[in-house]
Design a protein around this ligand. Sequence first.
Ligand code: NGQ
Ligand code: ZN
Length: 454
Amino acid sequence: MQRYYAEQALLPDGWAEAVTIEVAPTGTIAAIVIGSPSSSAQRLAGPVIPGIPNLHSHAFQRAMAGLAEGGAGDFWEWRDLMYRFLARIGPEEVEAIAAQLYLEMLKAGYTAVGEFHYLHHAPDGQPYDDLTEMAHRVIAGARRVGMGMTLLPVLYAHGDFGGTPPGEGQKRFVNDPSQLLRMLDLLIRDYGDDHPQLRFGVAPHSLRAVTAEELAVLVAGAQVVDPMVPVHIHVAEQTREVEACLASRGARPVEWLLAEAPVDGRWCLVHATHMTPVETQALAGSDAVAGLCPTTEANLGDGLFPLGRYFTGGGKIGIGSDSHISVSPVEEMRWLEYGQRLVRRARGMFRMPDRSVGRSLLDAALAGGAQALGRPIGRLEMGCRADLLVLDAESPPLFGKSSDHLADAFVFAGNANPVRDVMVGGAWVVQEGRHGAEEAVYAAYRRALERLTA
Ligand code: NGQ
Ligand code: ZN
């Protein structure tokens, strides 16, 4: 048993002082004890908060961050650029990019990722000899750096509503439901239950990419394998999708999903940007998590999620970095709040009872992220994974602050990253701001990018 002592830590009930966290050899928290530390406890260097889940990632897109600002006029033009960019990415590149990305995420305070994985096949659209080759590569990237992962193999069957065939740029993504369920089986068989850092879910890509029938077959099939299987889907990110959905299915995307799919606490609706007040209210009451990715949604010109009404209705949220134009939980939380302040010309939009705004954002992202990823994370509590961040109390914006002021300074006041040490599953992966594999991972990333740009 390892014991760690923090002068201050954010527990499920709020901030506590003199906290000892006991970690079992399995990487799970065995106990939380309040009071003076035993002599065997290692003193942590600053205030402790839970590691933050990143519920939505397309790892390969990290390598094109900054390459699409030359005038790609809208979301769909950005998507064409992205399709052209990925055309040359093979298994080794995916692994190298993922490892570099996840390492940056760890340093920024993300300790688990939901990898919405759809780059399945070779550049000519043929499956690799091992159907799960690319999935193994993103998992290898996560394990290389010690990142927790929920891998969500994506079902992408069609190019658009109405079951239209996939386009040329989409051929690497394409499977039918039975092939996707086979991938899920293979992955679960390969990794089994032995890997507390890893879980599997499924992701119908969007209502554009799967028909009603395919969606039903996928979800039912996955629930046979795992009754609590996480289900993630992109929905209502762009107004064009809303219009096309109305025309094709006679309902708006979120409205359709809530009426026709068994949406509940196992589901994560990514973006859900464009909702009517009625849809917003209904989603808020569904127990599903809205997967919000504010920096990507801003970068792609999606629109603003109706956070005010959703929050008042008791809706759950989590955050994701999606296209990885930014890799910072602070930025996601900050822009979530600032988008609302700018539009509503008011302050303190996202505020739970007895908590400051920064603390509310953090608590919501922790709880919603953990739920969406379907792993025992996001809480410093017995039985949860020992995923935690030690903040640098000497960083100027944090200095002299405690409790919610500390959370607020973390979320709103810094550009320099104040995450000092990061533990995932009981193992230190970042210490004093450095990851042990930094040089090697970066060297592999460089080689991969040189091949891509050659
Ligand atoms: C994706 N990304 O799957 O990577 C999508 C774009 C689509 C974002 N929506 C493709 N941010 O939605 O068709
Ligand atoms: Zn996405």
